[in-house]
Design a protein around this ligand. Structure first.
Ligand code: MN
Length: 374
């Protein structure tokens, strides 16, 4: 057992070192001497450390990675990021950063523009000097779009938990239960099955409520012969999964049945089109084309899908106006929908890995119309 644990740890640290190396290579042309990492997901991605109120500093030269933190996280950092050099701060983070960059002789400090508030920018300018701060595109979001084997494994684990919780929830659902109760049960089961938590607050939308793509669960009760849209996800090892299913209790109303078939056709056609080198906008167009042809083009008002990872919405985006092509190792949701105000809505969502040969659907819950009747 001990040797297996050591191997896993070595594998993990090699993988973190690869990520840091790639980051350094990407940032070299900016002329920065170090990157200040303030996005907690990126700190985790680059160092393994999961806590908050801390920063990571990655100098462009050498092989060291620094974490600026405090007493609360001392023991945790030793466990999660044994390779990082830890600085337990005595002063503010910005003051400690100024001291560290001075010791490292790091002049230009690249910051993550999306994760520096106005007040933080002020504090950095005060302690470092404004001319030393580089607001470059740190590119972490693009780097994180391509998953390594360990990341795909974590997403798969999150999926297996959320799928098991869904099966149990389908057995639990009965007429008279409120959306609140269904959400509570589903989320309780995910935690009990070992999820870190939910990827996002679950959407449980009964009947007409499902015409709101981002409906919030409420007091509405599940009816016999009614439908329920469930959009939910589990987090495991920090990684998010994200699925949507529509189920009908006993039988499915004809209108929901009609749009269910169209949405499923659209989703399957789009999944079929996924592969390395395929344009993201083309994948969106495949699904949109099916829905438009069926006469519901104006009722599919959101993009087709998004990457998932440490964040629930990552790159790449599958939408009509985006530039770019899919790459091996990206994991995207494919989630077309049709929304009819006053009637209801159908969205079907699965998580798909781009592989050298094409794609692999990571989720395996059934999606057929028959399977949707519980
Ligand atoms: Mn989604």
């Amino acid at each position: 057992m001990a040797s297996k644990i050591t191997t896993n740890k070595n594998k993990q640290s090699a993988c973190l070192a690869d990520r840091v190396r790639l980051m350094r290579k990407r940032l070299k042309p900016t002329g920065a001497s170090a990157l200040l990492v303030t996005n907690p997901c990126d700190i985790r991605y680059l160092t393994g450390f999961v806590g908050d109120d801390s920063w990571a500093v990655v100098p462009m030269r050498g092989s060291k990675v620094y974490i600026l933190s405090d007493f609360r996280f001392e023991e945790q950092i030793q466990k999660e990021a044994p390779h990082a050099v830890v600085i337990m701060r005595k002063k503010s983070l910005a003051e400690e950063l100024a001291g560290l960059t001075k010791r490292l002789k790091a002049d230009k400090i690249a910051v993550q523009p999306g994760y520096v508030t106005v007040s933080l920018r002020k504090a950095l300018a005060k302690h470092l000097g404004a001319r030393r701060i580089l607001a470059v595109d740190d590119g972490m979001f693009a780097q994180r779009a391509v998953k390594d084997a360990g990341e795909v494994k974590a997403i798969r684990k999150a999926l297996s938990i959320q799928q098991q919780a869904f099966r149990e929830t389908c057995d639990f659902i009965k007429p008279g239960l409120s959306e609140y109760e269904v959400a509570a049960y589903l989320e309780y089961r995910m935690r009990a099955l070992g999820a870190d938590g939910v990827s996002f607050p679950s959407i449980i939308a009964a009947d007409a409520n499902a015409s709101l793509p981002h409906a919030v669960p409420g007091k509405t009760k599940i009816k016999a012969g009614g439908s329920v849209l469930i959009d939910w996800g589990a987090k495991w090892g920090g990684y998010c999964s994200d699925l949507t299913r529509v189920v009908a209790v006993g039988k499915m109303r004809p209108k929901i049945r009609e749009i269910y078939k169209i949405v499923l056709d659209a989703q399957m056609a789009a999944i079929d089109a996924i592969g390395p080198g395929k344009r993201q906008s083309d994948i969106d167009a495949v699904a949109r084309g099916v829905i438009q042809k069926a006469g519901y083009g104006d009722r599919f008002g959101h993009s087709l899908g998004h990457g998932i990872g440490l964040d629930i919405h990552e790159l790449p985006v599958l939408a009509s106006k985006v530039q770019g092509v899919l790459e091996v190792g990206q994991v995207v949701t494919v989630e077309p929908g049709i929304y009819l105000p006053g009637v209801g809505g159908v969205r079907i969502e699965d998580d798909v890995l781009v592989t050298p040969k094409g794609h692999k659907v990571l989720s395996d819950l059934p999606r057929s119309l028959e399977s949707a009747i519980i």
